[in-house]
Design a protein around this ligand. Structure first.
Ligand code: SAH
Length: 271
């Protein structure tokens, strides 16, 4: 096994792939640029997809494919090279083509999300092939005839064609997201151990403080402060400041009421 700079060395190669994605095969048909093959292998591995098949690639094996695969060389080395699409998909229960344009006679292409949901169900019992076409002109009508469905990544209608490996990346991502059944979670401020929500009383004190300060600056009209205050309340209620943030805002209001003079540091001066 090759040295792999991007994966955790403590994890065995077999463990790097999600068993829930084991029945997903990425098929690249007649790929022209070997760099795209390597980049597709890398895209797959970042999403835990392992099974790659290459149909009649134009130049392969090729050092550019290895270079672009980065740490995903094993995905590349395991990938069979076959002469026809039929061979690559022969054991698959569901074959899905990919296209930047709607041209499959009859059916509308599926959205990536609908595709991923269906793939999640079918892959519990059968293998799925996701087929990607030639860089210049995409999948041929004959290749699309072999597909049970077509998926299109919605893009800018005036410029709809993604780079091949980037299309692999997007679709492997939606497959992974559906397979693990959770929307990837970005850390939220409530995760922070110092997070503490303010009480209604503390929030009210903040609004009273703001009203005082803004009456002082003349921003609020003393005859009618209500409407502006209500809009400011709406803004801060939407932001839901935590206690720490609320205290910072109160500190800010205090400097509005009583500006703080700071000593200006000049070059050569000391603390
Ligand atoms: N000029 C070709 C685009 C080929 S891009 C055309 O208009 O069809 C090479 C491959 O990347 C396509 O065959 C498809 O597999 C994939 N691809 C590119 N853009 C895509 C998109 N928006 N949705 C799904 N697959 C896409």
């Amino acid at each position: 096994m090759s040295r792999n700079p991007v994966t955790n060395p403590a994890v065995r190669f077999d463990e790097l792939f999600d068993p829930r994605l084991a029945n997903i095969r990425i098929v690249l048909s007649r790929t022209q640029n070997p760099g795209n093959i390597g980049a597709a292998a890398r895209a797959m591995m970042t999403m835990g997809v392992r099974d790659l098949a290459l149909v009649n690639p134009e130049r392969y094996p090729h050092p550019q494919a290895r270079a672009q695969a980065s740490g995903a060389l094993n995905v590349l080395e395991e990938a069979p090279v076959v002469a026809t699409l039929e061979e690559a998909i022969h054991d698959c229960a569901w074959v899905v083509g990919t296209s930047a344009r709607a041209r499959h006679l009859g059916d509308e292409p599926m959205t990536p999300e609908a595709f991923a949901e269906k793939a999640k169900e079918i892959s519990k019992t059968g293998r799925i092939a996701l087929v990607f076409g030639y860089e210049q002109s995409g999948l041929t009508n004959e290749e699309l005839d072999r597909c049970n469905a077509v998926v299109a990544i919605p893009t800018n209608p005036g410029y709809s064609s993604l780079n091949l490996a980037q299309a692999v990346q997007v679709l492997c991502y939606v497959l992974r997201r559906a397979a693990v059944s959770e929307v990837p979670r970005v850390s939220v401020k409530t995760d922070n151990p110092i997070y503490q929500p303010p009480t209604a009383e503390q929030t009210e004190q903040f609004y009273e403080h703001m009203e005082r300060a803004l009456l002082g600056t003349g921003f609020l009209d003393p005859k009618n402060p209500l409407v502006a205050m209500r809009r400011l309340r709406m803004l801060f209620n939407r932001a839901q400041p935590d206690l720490n943030e609320l205290n910072m805002l109160r500190g800010l209001l205090t400097t509005v009421e009583k500006p703080k003079r700071r000593r200006i540091m000049t070059a050569g001066s000391e603390e």
